[in-house]
Design a protein around this ligand. Sequence first.
Ligand code: ADP
Ligand code: SF4
Length: 674
Amino acid sequence: MRDPRYDILFEPIKLGPVTAKNRFYQVPHCSGMGWIRPKSLAVMRAVKAEGGWGVVCTEFCSIHPSVDSTSLQVRLWDDHDVRVQADATAAIHEHGALAGVELWHGGSRGSNFDSRMPPMGRETGRASTRAGVFHPGQSRGLDKADIRNIRQWHGDAARRAVEAGFDIVYVYATHGNLLTEFLNPATNQRSDEYGGSVANRVRLVRELIEETLDAVAGKAAVVTRFAVDTSDEETYEAFTLINDLPDFWDLTPNDYNVEMGSSRFVGEAAFDDNLKRAKAMTSKPIVAVGRFTTPDAMARVIRAGAQDMIGAARPSIADPFLPKKIEEGRLDDIRECIGCNICYAHDALGKPIRCTQNPTMGEEWRRGWHPERITRRETVSRALVVGAGPAGMEAARVLGERGFDVMLAEASRELGGRVSTECRLPGLAEWARVRDWRVGQIDKLPNVEVYRDSAMTADDVLATDADHVLVATGSRWTTDGAGGSRAEPVAMADGARVVGVEEMLAGREVPGGHALVYDDDHYYMACVLALALRQRGNLVTLATSAYRPAAWCTHTAEFLASNAALAEADVEIVTHHRLDAVTPDDASLTCLYTGMSHNVDVDWVMPVTNRKAVGGLHDALAAHPGDGTAPPFSLYRIGDCDAPGTIAAAVYSGYRVAMDVGAPAHNVIYERVP
Ligand code: ADP
Ligand code: SF4
């Protein structure tokens, strides 16, 4: 049962006219579902409510057809949207949670690619595409009539929010949106009563809070999402002017890349100082995020008076049942977020949310998956999983939950596959949570046997008498330099020194001197390895075929911090160049724009380009070993040994295939809206 140290997390709290049953607050977060996938959205939010969150919010919500963004948002434009949102609030209410909605006007940041109307915000603002694509469109400045319209639209949307059943309505004044453009002296160039002094720049926020309070008329609480930051005195000056106006506050730091910082750069509960100061300045409750996954940290910040509620987006994605698990004293079962930001990456690409730790995230409706419940099979059969990386461990866990007798065979002593090696690299320590949670869950399943130091051959597999065999033997980084920008291997002269990524991952000694890390992969690995080499004292040049290092990390909101870390560590950066040849003394890089080559003097090269599936065991089994007849088991390949990809993709593959094993064949891969 619950540890009394955490009782404070379960005390109800009054938020204006409504009361939350506990201190767990799922703040608004994108889901890639928005108005396009309302059923998926309603069921996903309902699962969070079922998991014990006292408040569950939707993502940002457009208040008017003239405002849209490249990220998917929900809408409250008219009665149709009220009906759609009412399904979500009903699903959330069913489990005793309050439902919140973040009313949104994007200002210049609303790209309006849908509506094709010019974004309205500040003069000469630039349309913002979170996918990192620059856009030539500019916004137009708001005149007084526009401001009056926006106030009207916001009030109308607030009334619709109440009609749709929302208990909490946001005035959204952070993250670079319309109200931030007014608050920020750099973007507010107005000479009227909305520009100039802090009081003037806060005016629209004040008006919207007052008008939203009027619009909801005591039937819902009004919260304001606002940035206070000890690095920016003026944020507190602005806060003082409206400190007691809304029913409560949702406070963030100024910089979204810090608020949403990946675990490589930002730890748990990182904003205490900002919050303590604000707390002393208001009588209203404060909710704030901090990627909280441990109940001790949660209880500590509430006791310390830094905040009243534990805001969470990512921890609620990785574990929708986090509050229930704390309540039931099942701390070992908490699936801790690893701070990789894969959850954030796909919504800007228009695709449903996913999570490295929680493969059911985003699949609650369209596949009917649940983060805590797996239906058991009636007939028992034996399954062998070969390889205990993220894919194999997840598959073994799910097969175990489904009631199979499971053997999990791993070649090495240590479980975890790639996460066990990668977590030793700079900034990646939290990757180990992918392994640790699964080890803990598998340990609790009496029907799953783990065999370490068990490198399996095809004959070994045949000798197990398994009914189902899942091959999860992973992948290995290649050393030949072929990758996204060149299909053929790089020309290597005699005596050229190439060190493979696998050698670094295995912790082997690498040569000293000047290393060229060549990135044709574009995720975190090349940058992390460049930093690791700098720590070992190497001179490092990082060359990439992309227009910036860690180009895909644009989607995970970490490329700025990642590139800052490279700059601070004195890593020389060469962009938009392909590695074409390596000699003992230098490497030849070719400009992808001009085709011109130049040589850089380096002692050795590390290509971070492709990974190759370790598919030998699968292929041998598929070729019918032994007497040549079809083997007496069903055969699957999962994770990186099927197709090398993210850790999230490997975990997902393990879950998906394990759910399919022994199930009747079906030809609809997932539900679609009729
Ligand atoms: P994934 O991300 O798909 O889970 P990983 O590379 O992380 O893949 O993990 C693959 C695991 O499979 C590694 O731990 C590796 O030691 C193990 N493995 C590879 N070949 C065999 C084999 N023949 N028998 C048992 N384990 C194997
Ligand atoms: Fe956390 Fe990564 Fe899951 Fe996002 S995808 S919730 S950052 S584990």
